[in-house]
Design a protein around this ligand. Sequence first.
Ligand SMILES: [Zn+2]
Length: 200
Amino acid sequence: MSRYSPSVARLISELGKLPGVGHKSAQRLAFHILAMPEEEVRNLSEALINARTSTRLCSVCQNFTDQDPCPICSDPKRDHGTICVVENPRDVATMERMRDYTGLYHVLHGVYSPLNNVGLDEIKIRELIERLREHPETKEVIIATNQTAEGEATAMYLGRLIKPAGIKVTRIASGLPMGSDLEYADDVTLSKAMQARHEF
Ligand SMILES: [Zn+2]
């Protein structure tokens, strides 16, 4: 029999499904939540539901958004001739933090990783190719997938796929440590890696 009442056991079990939250952390969070004022718990649960129901994917760049197209894709001041391809929505936030990139994005939502059963159809490659067809104003596609084996393989594949369309394809420079994720790069390193990008 569980040491906890069914409702507490359920809370622990649901929290434990979150990434990076083990059983011990789930217990700690659960008891923290139980000690919170009811009003705050209500706010938290409403924020969760609200974020989930009002967030969808931007039909252009595939990033999470409340409005479609997202604020970045619909901003006329941005450079609509450049698309930076990243693995996940966190990377867009990282790039935006850097501030000197003014182009658009395309979020793949993963990388090609046959060992982890992620095939080419499971990431947003088809959407990217269709987008390039619909937007002939695209002059350059910068591939900023992480510098891991999977990120490199995905970059190579995209390069081969896009280049024949006559679009310039560049890869973010390897100023970032090998195997590292974009989101851990500091702004200066990331900015340098962007400036020193090389053509495929
Ligand atoms: Zn968008």
